[in-house]
Design a protein around this ligand. Structure first.
Ligand code: HEM
Length: 509
């Protein structure tokens, strides 16, 4: 018999449909939550929703799609399929101090707070603070869960994988990520810091000495007018895949994937997994520091010189060609010379391209988008095949962290306070997802054609200078030598985000 959250966890079902709002007392909320519905209702979403990003499906539409494929949106943790829409988020990394105590508290105190996919889809069912949890291999081992999840990179942990990811050793790594001492991560997300802080305090007091906090990272969407933009200034979270059984109306150009690309044990995931791992997903976390004033200085100093462009426009064009999109989100493939904010903001058009154009040779033409551009490296579209390949896709769920660039930093062209992207991706295979994109594609100077160079945004060669061609549309052979990595890895960990029923039946007592 298929174990669903409905038949193992009646208490959770109670608040799957609960409506709530910020009362200022999350501990009180947690207690009430266990008893039943809380009033008054939440009136404002805890998620952001920039125009350029596809909307989430309505609960009704998602559940209709889910019913057709057998996906249980009440059993899948909420962060996995919603993408880059968090407003404020805290990543709380912990170690398990007392496994027996923790297992009991996982069932009694954490599980009732875990936010499901369904809950996030309508404001009236959203909790005050989203809570999700994921475990590293050493965390599962501490809980005496010994079966292999069928992913050797998850099993080894990210620190062991460090030499394969382009990082120049561990000098830049947050010390807590060096090793295997992190057993899990709690994700908290809401629309205010107060909500998150209240939630954390309440859970910390419930968990007592069963866990130790190892490290935390607070992250937040950038303030208006840059909501949804990463720190270099480019709108992010536009092109996440549509998932069969969840996404009701895929946007033109959005990749269309079986649920098993992201969720273990679903159609499209062919690896051997223990039954309880079904509907979980591997969560790759990377703290990626961004050197924003240095990046801006590079653009200022190296404008693309082309007839009809001012110096500033040449600098903007260089940045857009490094990313493959303009700051508005408009793709350079469709807007090759100037930003087009109307196109950028239109999700029915801003992802509708393949890099293929009539009268142009796909394997040679970089006049619109360089082969090395970040979005072409990480999703080569027609470059690999038509129709597009179904492997090499991830669900990105990251969020910026750190403050806005200060006047002093801008004037000195030097970062003094760390900022960057708390990168999160979900996938059913770390080697077929994050690692393929980072190691095999972005860090390779010969993907997708020899001599194109690494991805100028995230490609790294262990600190060595990066030589990139194709950035100048008038002279594709011209190379640019980058002596600074504008994105610096501060490390991270590989986690597994289990289904709610797996938490109930396998991980807790
Ligand atoms: C600080 C680091 C990063 C920055 C600033 C960054 C920025 C961006 C931006 C601005 C976009 C375009 C918006 C969109 O299509 O949604 C994008 C797309 C994307 N990025 Fe990143 N990114 C970073 C790290 C990564 C990493 C580490 C990976 C994977 C290894 C990755 C994979 C992708 C993918 C798959 C897309 C969508 C490509 C498409 O579907 O066309 N990014 N990124």
């Amino acid at each position: 018999m298929k174990i669903t959250i409905h038949n193992v966890l009646p208490a959770v079902v109670l608040f799957t449909g609960v409506a709530s709002t910020f009362s200022g007392h999350d501990s009180a909320f947690a207690l009430q939550h266990k008893r039943g519905p809380v009033k008054p209702r939440r009136v404002q979403s805890l998620l952001i929703n920039p125009d350029a990003q596809p909307d989430l499906p309505t609960a009704k539409a998602a559940n209709k799609a889910a019913a057709a494929t057998g996906l249980n949106l009440d059993d899948i943790q909420g962060d996995i399929l919603v993408g880059m829409k968090k407003n404020k988020q805290l990543f709380y990394f912990f170690s398990i101090a007392d496994p027996t105590d923790f297992k009991g508290k996982l069932a009694a105190d954490i599980l009732p707070l875990i936010t499901t996919t369904n809950q996030l889809l309508s404001v009236s069912t959203q909790p005050i603070t989203l809570v999700n949890i994921a475990f590293s291999q050493t965390g599962l081992t501490a809980l005496n869960v010994t079966e292999s999840l069928g992913d050797s990179f998850f099993a080894g942990g990210q620190f062991q994988d460090l030499p394969n990811l382009g990082d120049p050793g561990s000098t830049n790594w947050v010390p807590e990520f060096t090793g295997t001492g992190i057993h899990g991560v709690l994700l908290f997300a809401s629309d205010t810091d107060d909500n998150i802080n209240n939630s954390v305090a309440s859970l910390e007091s419930a968990l007592g000495d069963s866990i130790n906090k190892v490290y935390s990272l607070a992250a937040a969407a950038r303030p208006a007018p840059n909501v949804g933009h990463e720190h270099f200034g480019f709108l992010d979270g536009i092109s996440n895949p549509a998932i069969n059984g969840f996404t009701a109306n895929p946007m033109p150009g959005q990749s269309n994937l079986s649920a098993g690309t992201i969720l273990l044990g679903e159609t499209g995931d062919s690896a051997t997994r223990p039954a309880w791992a079904k509907d979980g997903s591997f969560l790759v976390f990377r703290q990626l520091k961004q050197l924003v004033p240095e990046f801006d200085k590079f653009l200022t100093d190296n404008p693309i010189v082309q007839h009809g462009l001012t110096r500033q426009q040449g600098s903007d064009l260089l940045g857009a060609r490094m990313v493959g999109r303009w700051k508005s989100g408009a793709p350079v493939d469709l807007a090759p010379l100037f930003d087009d904010p109307v196109l950028g903001a239109d999700p029915t058009r801003n992802n509708d391209f393949t890099f293929q154009h009539p009268n142009a040779v796909l394997s040679k033409n970089q006049t619109r988008c360089p082969f090395s551009a970040h979005i072409r490296k990480t999703r080569p579209r027609a470059d690999l095949s038509t129709p597009e390949v179904t492997f090499g896709h991830i669900m990105r769920a990251g969020i910026p962290y750190g403050p806005e660039v200060s006047a002093h930093e801008a004037a000195s062209n030097t970062t003094s306070t760390e900022r960057g992207l708390a990168f999160v991706s979900y996938q059913s295979s770390i080697s077929g997802g994050f690692r393929l994109l980072q190691q095999t594609w972005a860090d390779s100077a010969s993907f997708i054609h020899s001599g194109v160079g690494v991805d100028p945004i995230i490609g790294a060669l262990a600190g060595a200078p990066r030589v990139i061609s194709g950035l100048d549309p008038t002279n594709a052979a011209k190379t640019v030598r980058l002596t600074t990595d504008f994105v610096v890895s501060r490390g991270g960990e590989y986690f597994f985000s289990p289904s709610l029923s797996a938490i109930a039946s396998k991980l807790s007592v």
